[in-house]
Design a protein around this ligand. Structure first.
Ligand code: ADP
Ligand code: MG
Length: 228
């Protein structure tokens, strides 16, 4: 595993609202993520985990501070540059799978590539099928989300997050909606992908048991990193 930082943020802040109603949600975050790292972002509800992941994922801009990934200054990049960067280099898994109900598993997995290029190709379909194999769902390719269990749906979401070959996958409480056995299965899967594909993962959770399955942990409390 190499130890080059792929992502670095410094003195990162995020405020919502203005004047009397201003809320300081992130109060100066310094963090780097190395290539191939699997990190738990552990913190209680309201500590700022989702806000930080949204900023790192370029879904939201920080108020202040520096934000660089793969040599690109994302703090000062245009909206169009950030969108392109997101599609090429970042993957997302959310607590709720956000799969499209009318599409099959393989079509859902293809979506990030289809959206990026505006078309669907046979090569995309092949890659999506391979990713479904990798998450243990080869026999569910043509199933719609409604015909799968919660754990299976979340494994489809994991496969989808990998479709464009991201350097970093941001997973916001990916097991928060699953029972213990299904959660462990998803975590095992993330670990094996992390080992075989050289993809870094940052996984938010408020669950010690889940955090314990990551090699590195960063603890967030009230908008500050209290341990890393
Ligand atoms: P976590 O994911 O750790 O539960 P969040 O990042 O969702 O934490 O939220 C952190 C804090 O920021 C909470 O107090 C929340 O109410 C506040 N917050 C989040 N989004 C907004 C928003 N759009 N406007 C105002 N406050 C927000
Ligand atoms: Mg959250």
């Amino acid at each position: 595993m190499s130890s080059d930082p792929i992502l670095r943020v410094g003195a990162l802040t995020k405020n919502f609202g203005q004047g009397d109603s201003e809320v300081l949600v992130l109060k100066g975050i310094d963090l780097s993520i190395n290539s191939g790292e699997m990190t738990a972002l552990l913190g209680p509800s309201g500590s700022g985990k989702s806000t930080l992941l949204s900023i790192l994922g370029t879904l939201m801009r920080a108020t202040n501070g520096s934000h660089e990934m793969l040599g690109v200054d994302l703090m000062h990049a245009s909206a169009a540059q950030r969108t392109e960067f997101r599609s090429k280099h970042l993957g997302f898994v959310f607590q709720f799978h956000h799969l499209l109900p009318d599409l099959s598993a393989v079509e859902n997995v293809m979506m990030p590539a289809a959206c990026a290029s505006g078309r669907v190709t046979g090569a995309m379909r092949d890659r999506a099928a391979e990713l479904l194999d990798a998450v243990g769902l080869a026999d569910r390719r043509d199933f719609r989300p409604g015909a799968m269990s919660g754990g299976q749906r979340q494994r489809v979401a994991v496969a989808r997050s990998l479709m464009n070959g991201p350097a970093l996958v941001l997973a916001d409480e990916p097991t928060g909606n699953l029972d213990r056995a299904a959660a462990d299965h998803v975590m095992e899967l993330l670990r094996s992908i992390n080992e075989t594909m050289d993809t870094s993962f940052l996984i938010s959770t408020h669950d010690e048991h889940i955090a314990g399955q990551c090699r590195r942990r960063v603890e967030l409390m009230d908008g500050r990193i209290i341990r890393s």
